[in-house]
Design a protein around this ligand. Structure first.
Ligand code: FE
Length: 334
C-alpha cells in the first residue's frame, strides 16, 4: 500500500466512523498566539485543531504536497503573504455568507480566496519627552523638515514598509509616493536597520524621536520585562492620510486546495469571525477584531480610537511592485 492509499483509507475511515475529522492548519504565527481561540473552538464543537508552525516556505510546502497535503487552512499575517499564497494557486475560494457578513469587503479577497481575521495599524510611536501632542498628525507630516534627523525606520523593503508605501500610492499616485518616500528618507536619523521594536528601542535610547511601528508591538513590549522601558518611553499616535484614515494591515486565513476536511475547516473559519472568537484571537495578539462591535482588550482600547483607512487591500496588494521600485529609486535603505 503506498502513501496515497493509506491516506485514502484513513480518510474513508474518518467518514465512516463516529469520530469527527480534525482540522489541520499551517501557520506562520506562533502557536501560543493561536492556541487560545482554537481551544475555544474545540470546546464548542468537539473538533480538534492541529497547528503546524511553518516559519518560511508555506507556499513551497503546499506546492510540494499538492493534493496529498494534510493542511486544510493557512493562517498568516500581511497582505503580501496572503497575496503570495493566492498567486501561487494553492488555495481555493470559500463561499460563505457568514464570512462575508462579518468581514468588511476591503478586508477580504474579492475572489473569496483569503479573509482577514484581525487588523493592526501602522502608526507613529513618539517619544514622551521630546514630542508634544499635536506635533504629528498625518503620514504627510513625516516629510516636514522639522523632523530632519528625528525619525527611525526599518528597511523600506520590509513588508510593513511596502504596504504603507502601497497605501501612499493609492492616495497620491506613484509620483506623490516617490516624493513622500524621498522626504521620509531625508528625515531619517540613521540608515534603516532592525525590526519594529528596534526603532522604539532607538527612541528610548535617544537616537530618534518618532518611528513607524505596528500597534501590537506596544503590547508585546509591555509583556517583556526587558522591553517594558522602551514601551514606557513612547506613546502611540494614530496618523491619518490627509484624505483618508490610518493605514492598517491584517492577519488572515485561507483554505488550501487539498483541504481534506473541508466542512470542519469552513466551520472553523466561520467560528473565527464570531464575537467571542474575535475577542479571544485579537486579544492574544494585541490586534483589532475585524468584526464590528467585537470587544477590544483593555490595553488595546487604551491606545485610543482611530479611523482605519478604507483603501481596499486587494488594491493595496496590486501596488506592491511599484512600491518596491520606488523604495529602490529613492535608495531608502542606502
Ligand atoms: Fe510584526
Amino acid at each position: 500500500m503506498n502513501l496515497r492509499n493509506i491516506l485514502l483509507a484513513s480518510s474513508c475511515a474518518a467518514i465512516a466512523g463516529p469520530a469527527i475529522a480534525d482540522v489541520n492548519i499551517y501557520t506562520t504565527r506562533q502557536p501560543f498566539l493561536i492556541e487560545p481561540v482554537m481551544e475555544a473552538f474545540t470546546a464548542e464543537t468537539g473538533i480538534a485543531v492541529n497547528l503546524s508552525f511553518v516559519e518560511d516556505g508555506i507556499v513551497e510546502r503546499l506546492r510540494a504536497e499538492g493534493d496529498r497535503s494534510p493542511a486544510d487552512l493557512v493562517m498568516t499575517v500581511d497582505i503580501a503573504n496572503l497575496k503570495q499564497i493566492v498567486d501561487a494557486g494553492v488555495v481555493q475560494p470559500v463561499e460563505s455568507e457568514v464570512l462575508n457578513a462579518a468581514i468588511p469587503a476591503e478586508l477580504r479577497s474579492d475572489e473569496n480566496l483569503w479573509f482577514a481575521l484581525t487588523s493592526r495599524a501602522r502608526v507613529i510611536y513618539a517619544s514622551n519627552e521630546r514630542v508634544a501632542d499635536g506635533e504629528v498628525t498625518t503620514y504627510e507630516d513625516l516629510t516636514d523638515e522639522k523632523w530632519a534627523g528625528r525619525i527611525c525606520s526599518r528597511s523600506g523593503l520590509n513588508n510593513y514598509s511596502l504596504a504603507l508605501l502601497s497605501a501612499v500610492i493609492a492616495h497620491k499616485g506613484e509620483d506623490g509616493a516617490r516624493e513622500w518616500a524621498a522626504g521620509l528618507r531625508e528625515n531619517l536619523a540613521r540608515k534603516p536597520e532592525g525590526n519594529d521594536r528596534a526603532q522604539v528601542r532607538a527612541i528610548w535610547a535617544g537616537e530618534c524621536d518618532i518611528s513607524l511601528t505596528n500597534t501590537y508591538y506596544m503590547g508585546a513590549m509591555l509583556a517583556d520585562s526587558e522591553q517594558q522601558e522602551w514601551a514606557n518611553s513612547v506613546r502611540i499616535i494614530f496618523p491619518t492620510f490627509e484624505d483618508g484614515g490610518t493605514h492598517i494591515n491584517v492577519s488572515g486565513i485561507a483554505m488550501t486546495n487539498a483541504a481534506p476536511n473541508r466542512e470542519e475547516a469552513l466551520q472553523l473559519m466561520e467560528f473565527l469571525v464570531s464575537p467571542t472568537a474575535q475577542q479571544i484571537y485579537a486579544e492574544a495578539n494585541y490586534e483589532y477584531p475585524v468584526l464590528e462591535g467585537a470587544e477590544l482588550s483593555e490595553l488595546v482600547a487604551s491606545w485610543g480610537e482611530f479611523t482605519p483607512d478604507t483603501v481596499d487591500l486587494n488594491e493595496l496588494a496590486g501596488h506592491r511592485p511599484a512600491a518596491v521600485r520606488i523604495m529602490e529609486e529613492v535608495n531608502f535603505d542606502g
